[in-house]
Design a protein around this ligand. Structure first.
Ligand SMILES: C=C(O[C@@H]1C=C(C(=O)O)C=C[C@H]1O)C(=O)O
Length: 264
């Protein structure tokens, strides 16, 4: 469409402010998930219960338009991407989002199942509050399986949405130096693209903010008198660091892949 309005992506500073707002919800969901016992069977086998649970929710989400163009949300269990192609009517000038075909969800799912799940609470007791009318919560409760899977899905969706904002970050960086990026893209030089867009100062600030959130959120649980082990805060901080380190790497990969298809 020639008449299509031109909406440039936000500037890098603004996008980073948005990325920063994903930190507390991600750490908060991590804390909630780590308060529940893990049942390894939910994550094992060819089509683990997590996969089925996610799949059912994504069918519904597709019907509701959750993954429509420009939402920066992509399903884990379906491939729905129609990548953009530049035409003479729409040349995708620098600043205009150009949908590529890369989805980082397989990387996120592998990290979740191989690294996060094994570090979760493996006792059978959830770290809940002691309320005077609670039933003794030491026996396996089938309802808790839904609670755990639901938190898994929330967490995966938050991580995925955060990582795919990387596509907008990449467009903002491309706009900042189209000449250099165009040269590297034409040369298919992924390593140099990655080096040019990486920013270790920004990464350190993201990790420090995530650590602050981990300290504050676990402190709140401890102060509330929740039955948490003495290692709870250390566990949450370690896990938050691992999660954000991995999230930064996947976000960066999404940026690189976006740029490699930018001139299509
Ligand atoms: C997202 C960006 O790109 C890279 C990824 C980062 C992240 O995922 O937080 C931070 C810095 C960059 O190395 C950015 O520059 O803000």
């Amino acid at each position: 469409h020639e008449s299509q309005a031109f909406f440039a992506v936000p500037a890098l500073t603004q996008i980073r402010d948005i990325l920063a707002q994903f930190e507390a919800p991600i750490v908060s969901t991590l804390v909630q998930r780590f308060a529940l016992p893990v049942k390894p069977q939910l994550y094992q086998g060819h089509n683990p219960p997590l996969q089925a649970y996610l799949g059912a929710r994504e069918i519904d989400a597709i019907l509701h338009g959750r993954y429509n163009y420009g939402t920066l949300e992509y399903p884990f269990t379906f491939s729905t991407i129609a990548a953009d192609r530049a035409t003479s009517q729409n040349t995708f000038p620098a600043g205009r989002f150009h949908q590529d075909s890369f989805v980082g969800n397989p990387n996120l799912m592998a990290f979740y199942i191989q690294t996060l799940v094994p570090s979760m609470n493996s006792s059978t007791t959830p770290y809940f509050y002691h309320l005077s009318n609670s039933t003794q919560q030491t026996v396996p409760d089938p309802n808790r399986e839904d609670g755990a899977l639901s938190l898994d899905v929330t967490l995966l969706q938050l991580l995925s949405n955060r990582a795919h904002v990387g596509k907008i970050v990449a467009e903002a960086k491309f706009t900042g130096d189209p000449v250099t990026y165009t040269k590297l893209i034409k040369a298919r030089n992924a390593d140099s693209i990655r080096m040019l867009l990486a920013n270790t100062t920004q990464e350190a600030s993201v990790l420090a903010q995530a650590d602050t959130a981990a300290i504050q959120l676990s402190n709140a649980w401890i102060a509330s008198g929740a039955l948490v082990p003495s290692t709870f805060q250390d566990t949450i901080r370690t896990v938050a660091m691992k999660t954000f380190r991995n999230l930064i790497d996947i976000t960066t990969e999404i940026e690189v892949q976006y740029l490699l298809e930018r001139l299509h």
